[in-house]
Design a protein around this ligand. Sequence first.
Ligand SMILES: [Zn+2]
Length: 245
Amino acid sequence: MVKKVTENVYVIEHEEAANNVIIIGKKGVVLVDTSLFPEKAKSIAKFVREFTMKNISLVFNTHYHPDHTFGNVVFDVPVVAHTLTREKMEMFDHTYFESLGIDYFEPKLPDVLFDDTFEHEDGLKILFIHGPGHTPDSSYIYIPSESVLITGDTVINKIHPEIVSDSNLAIWLRTLEKLPKAKYVIPGHGDIGDAESIKNMADYIGKVKKLISGELNPHEIENDPNFANREHAEMLEWSIKNLIS
Ligand SMILES: [Zn+2]
């Protein structure tokens, strides 16, 4: 389903899979994240052409996870990402694909790399900013003129976030604190939100951090709406295992 956020920003939602965001510039369209499936990425490209009468001219990967990067292969345009995103993707080999149950293909690596920030101007100014925590390479987009923040998996609404073995909760919290104030917050997964989504995410990550350090008892979060109201409760146990193993 396609949801309008502002005149120039639309979210292509796919249930619980990663959100794709399109930012319509003067000459071209920026696509944020490319989905796990190249076929799906192709249909997004077709949709963008029909809907905007413009082509996707730039792709951005919020981080290296396959559900945000595997669709890169269908785009013959520059792919912007953090330097570490490319480094991580260079390590995707046959074994990695096998573990995902996907036939191997050569991933398309990002080729416009940045360390702290990157700026793209096409009628509107788009800022790409490094915001580690979910993964070391995680980055987000801020569009000041639209008051839009596109967070990647740094913020997740509706479902339990994926905390992986290279997540760093302290750094993640710091990134959440530093996020620019925007009217619209588009998460990596789940519905479009606002400042409240960031607050909830910081609360969630802060509590998981305390669960792990023993400052919080698991039963204390049982009735916590910020946990109970999120779907896929099994993710929490999985996340904690990732951090302590
Ligand atoms: Zn992720």
